[in-house]
Design a protein around this ligand. Structure first.
Ligand SMILES: *Cc1c(COP(=O)(O)O)cnc(C)c1O
Length: 385
């Protein structure tokens, strides 16, 4: 089974380009809203870093989501797309002074602070500006995620968050700082997580930390469990949406929220990955010594995930219905890692055939680079072509 695309409309467009299926995005947003909405006090913030295309951001904002940002540029993008400042949360281990000022000026919902050193600087800047910074502390829960090592963030060895043994000390410091208002705890254990056991382990850890803090009479208004829900990259047609119901139910069942606490989520990939495809054209078929290469006009500059994380994307020849043949699908960039897939079956390819690299709506367009002086790929939505 292959995806359905408006091929006639693609014919005149310069390749490579991203194509976003806005109908699928809206359906996904509806499901998230419905499933999160079953639980009181669940708030979903879209992780802007997955895809900051302005049309995508607007659709997500219109569906009523908040924004999760990891840089000043993302705060600007979220504000430009109309996200209300008080729905914006801001994480990152290396916030610059101008980025902190920008967040304070905009009066964002909260800073997810990742070290005592950062907390001190935010306190200084907020005091200087005569304001109070709402702060959640990002705790490194030392919980592994069964995902690629480069996208694991919640292990003690990772650079993210404050170590658990320092948590109480940093909260005490925060509570003594005049320009800091301590509001909650933040966690994010990694990305492309499909094993709900990983999220259960996070819940157990948070429950333990909450018990410890209650004993010390430390009030925590909000818990933020980050993002990380994965999607089915193997079967984009059969399974076009992540299992949001099981995901939210896992937290509803396992996490013991205290009275009045709000629970925040920061979903990125699961919101936008399935709706995007990178559309590229076959340039040449090259017969190698042991295999055939399908050389396409997209490369790792347009979609870096396969080169960066050995990520799998399903690839389809959307022009041809001829018998299947094995190919290595490679780009034009002067790097041996510029390979989208090895030994995959595609309908027989010829020069000019359009190839769809599926599930590329997250960490695709936004990670594009100018390497080899290549232009950044355009993006079209199903609403505008
Ligand atoms: C990247 C990131 C997310 C989103 O992760 P996904 O795997 O795309 O859902 C959420 N929170 C933080 C702090 C992040 O860095």
């Amino acid at each position: 089974m292959k995806g359905t695309f408006p091929k006639e409309k693609f014919a005149s467009l310069q390749t490579p380009f991203y194509y976003y299926d806005m109908e699928l995005l809206r359906q996904t947003l509806d499901v998230i809203r419905r499933e999160a909405g079953r639980h009181e006090d669940f708030h979903v913030h879209y992780a802007v870093k997955a895809n900051a295309n302005s049309k995508v951001l607007r659709a997500i904002r219109q569906a009523g989501f908040g924004a999760d940002c990891v840089s000043g540029g993302e705060i600007r993008a979220a504000l430009d797309a109309g996200f209300a400042p008080d729905t914006i949360v801001y994480a990152g281990v290396g916030k610059s002074d101008w980025e902190i000022r920008l967040g304070l000026e905009a009066a964002i919902h909260c800073f997810n602070v990742e070290s005592l050193a950062e907390l001190e600087v935010i306190n200084e800047i907020a005091a200087e500006m005569g304001t109070i910074a709402p702060v959640a502390l990002r705790i490194n829960p030392d919980v592994g995620a069964h995902t690629h090592a480069n996208i694991t963030t919640g292990l003690a060895e990772n650079k993210f968050g404050i170590a658990m043994r320092d948590m109480e000390h940093v909260i005490e410091q925060a509570q003594q700082m005049p320009a800091i208002s301590f509001t909650g705890l933040h966690f994010h254990i990694g990305s492309q997580i499909l094993d709900m056991g990983d999220f259960q382990a996070l819940c157990n850890r948070i429950n333990d930390l909450q018990t410890l803090l209650s004993r010390r009479h430390i009030d925590v208004a909000s818990i933020n469990v980050g993002g990380g829900l994965g999607i089915d990259y193997q079967h984009p047609n059969r399974v076009p949406m992540a299992d949001f119901k099981t995901y939210f139910d896992t937290f509803a069942r396992r996490l013991r929220l205290l009275p009045g606490q709000t629970l925040h989520f920061e979903l990125g990939r699961a919101v936008v990955a399935p709706m995007g495809s990178l559309i590229t054209r076959t340039l040449y078929i090259k017969e190698g010594a042991t295999k055939k290469f399908c050389i396409v006009d997209a490369g790792m500059t347009d979609l870096i995930r396969p080169a960066l994380y050995q990520a799998y994307h399903k690839i389809e020849n959307i022009t041809s219905d001829e018998p299947m043949e094995p190919y290595d699908v490679v780009g034009p960039i002067c790097e041996s890692s510029d390979v989208f897939a090895k030994r995959i079956d595609l309908n027989r390819c010829q020069r000019g055939d359009l190839i769809a690299i599926r599930s590329a709506g997250a960490y695709g367009e936004i990670m594009a680079s100018h390497y080899n002086c290549r232009p950044i790929p355009k993006a079209y939505t199903s609403d505008d072509i």
